[in-house]
Design a protein around this ligand. Structure first.
Ligand code: SF4
Length: 84
């Protein structure tokens, strides 16, 4: 099954909650007014990362496409190709 890396730049989040509307199993608005990506780990660059499989891809693509400030990116793990 194909895997995808979700990369989330939380610093740029403006709390619009569109991601929550797109994929509420993974995205939640928290007390500081920004979104958390459930299950994600902070990487060395200060970005949150989460590996998902292709079953979850459509909903995560919805979340990424709906984000008005485009702080959610998705790469194919195998090829490194950026989908959004
Ligand atoms: S849609 Fe984008 S700006 Fe809005 S809460 Fe989600 S990550 Fe933050």
């Amino acid at each position: 099954m194909k895997q995808y890396r979700v990369i989330y730049d939380r610093k740029g989040c403006i709390g619009a909650a569109a991601c929550v509307a797109g994929h509420d199993a993974r995205w939640v608005l928290v007390d500081d007014g920004k979104a958390d990506l459930k299950g994600a780990q902070l990487n060395k660059e200060g970005l949150f990362e989460l590996i998902i499989d292709e079953n979850e891809l459509p909903k995560m693509m919805d979340a990424a496409q709906l984000c008005p400030v485009l702080v959610i990116h998705i790469d194919e793990v195998e090829t490194g190709k950026r989908l959004i």
